[in-house]
Design a protein around this ligand. Structure first.
Ligand code: IMP
Length: 429
């Protein structure tokens, strides 16, 4: 039995929550390795709904859970989420939840900067979650971040704050904002330190031990491959690497630890925020998919843009992230459509493309090439075996597999955990 890495194969919101929960119930350890509280995972366990943004999904079932160094941590959002989930009767203690000592912190100045930049960006707005994710990653790479371990050394913050504020005060001045209130920032950090520090550990050691003991590790990705800062639709991306290769650097394990890479892929496409979306629908079919699929953001409540399945982009995601098998979700949302379209290629100014070119101007001119497949009138909701699926739905799945050049390992047919068709068990490799 090997490890499993779950990542989004599109622009996030593929329905990772249910699948991660199912896998987490069979894992010995669950690890978040990138992103922050911009993610939104909804888990339904025993009829109770849990909304997680930052905590690994294993926490709900008591599976030891780790927040790796690749995550940017807003310590106040962390406290709020720990307290909210604890109030739902889940034990969120340092025995179960461990936090990398080297996680960079998201500070109030990062949230400010995210919002100031978005508001000033006009047509170049990214449509971020405004949680300070991008500015916090910038400070990490700029070597001026305050990290979890600094909370244990509050007397030694001044040189770090000198570096941090020298940068931020200039930026803030450009936006007409006052300099960073250092005294307030220090007071805020010392107020939150006692809550955060008991969770902090050298988690790479725990992971090393777990590997030596042959424990099953589940790496839980956030967002999706098309939002990856290198491989996504730049600049309309998040600020972390969302591909499976990040498991190692974002948690302190070697490159071989990722194991089976399960890409979660919706049977159609959605996107929140700005950026190219070749198969976006602006008609009543798009509306219908959005309504039936309840396509509203978990974190920001924003309406998601909806469109047909884009096999070009998913094939690209499979390639750049090394996806071993796909979990196809929300198939039932397509029930009852006369015709279902799959994008199989692009045209730009009459020229054929089998991938999305990197420049935003080319991406904006992309025309999708579609293949039409006859739909099905029967319901697929709740199907638990191939035999329960209409023949046309199976045809659709088979065509998707062919086009993305990756096998379907499971099909999810409702938010209920058992409404799943299992083709290949990811833990079995
Ligand atoms: P940021 O991650 O807040 O900087 O936002 C950058 C882009 O990523 C925006 O388009 C967001 O809508 C998108 N994004 C960030 N997190 C998620 C997520 O969990 N699901 C879907 N989109 C996300």
């Amino acid at each position: 039995m090997g490890n499993v890495t779950v990542i989004g194969g599109q622009w996030g919101d593929e329905g990772k929550g249910k699948i991660v929960d199912w896998l987490a119930s069979r894992a010995d350890m669950v690890v978040r390795f990138q992103g922050g509280h911009n993610a939104g995972h909804t888990l339904v366990v025993g009829g109770e709904v849990y909304k997680l943004s930052l905590l690994p999904s294993g926490i709900v079932r008591g599976t030891p859970s780790i927040i790796g160094n690749g995550v940017v941590l807003d310590p106040w959002a962390f406290r709020d989420e720990v307290q909210r989930i604890s109030a739902q009767g889940i034990a969120v203690t340092p025995d179960v939840l461990r936090l990398a000592e080297t996680c960079p912190l998201i500070l109030p100045i990062h949230r400010d900067l995210d919002a100031l930049r978005e508001d000033a960006s006009g047509a170049g707005k990214i449509g971020t979650t405004r949680r300070g994710i991008g500015p916090a990653y910038e400070d990490k790479v700029g070597r001026r971040a305050i990290r979890v371990c600094d909370l244990a050394h509050l007397g030694e913050l001044d040189p770090l704050l000198d570096r941090l504020c020298a940068h931020h005060d200039h930026l803030r001045a450009g936006f007409g904002e006052p300099p960073v209130d250092r005294a307030r920032l220090k007071a805020d950090l010392s107020e939150i330190a006692d809550f955060v520090l008991p969770f902090a550990r050298p988690v790479w050691k725990d992971l090393d031990e777990a590997r030596a003991e042959g424990r099953r590790i589940l790496f839980e990705g956030a967002q999706g491959v098309l939002l990856d800062v290198d491989h996504g639709t730049y600049p309309f991306v998040t600020s972390s690497n969302t591909v499976a290769g990040t498991t190692g650097s974002g948690s302190g394990t070697g490159p071989g630890a990722a194991g089976f890479v399960l890409g979660i892929v919706k049977a159609y496409t959605t996107r929140v925020g700005s950026g190219p979306f070749p198969t976006e629908l602006h008609d009543e079919i798009g509306e219908r998919i959005g309504e039936r699929g309840r396509e509203f953001g978990t974190v920001t409540g924003r309406r998601r843009r909806c469109g047909w399945f884009d096999s070009v982009l998913v094939r690209q995601a499979v390639a750049v992230s090394g996806i071993t098998g796909v979990a196809l979700t929300k198939l039932d949302v397509l029930d009852g459509l006369d015709t279902i379209r799959i994008c199989t290629g692009y045209r730009i100014d009459g020229q054929a493309f089998d991938h999305l070119p990197p420049h935003a101007a080319d991406q904006a001119r992309v025309e999708p090439v579609y293949e039409d497949i006859e739909g099905w009138s029967e319901s697929t909701a709740g199907a638990r075996s191939w035999a329960e699926l209409p023949a046309q739905a199976i045809k659709y799945i088979r065509r998707v597999e062919e086009l993305i050049r990756c096998p379907v390992a499971l099909v999810s047919t409702s938010p209920e955990r058992d409404d799943t068709i299992l083709v290949r068990d990811p833990f079995a490799g």
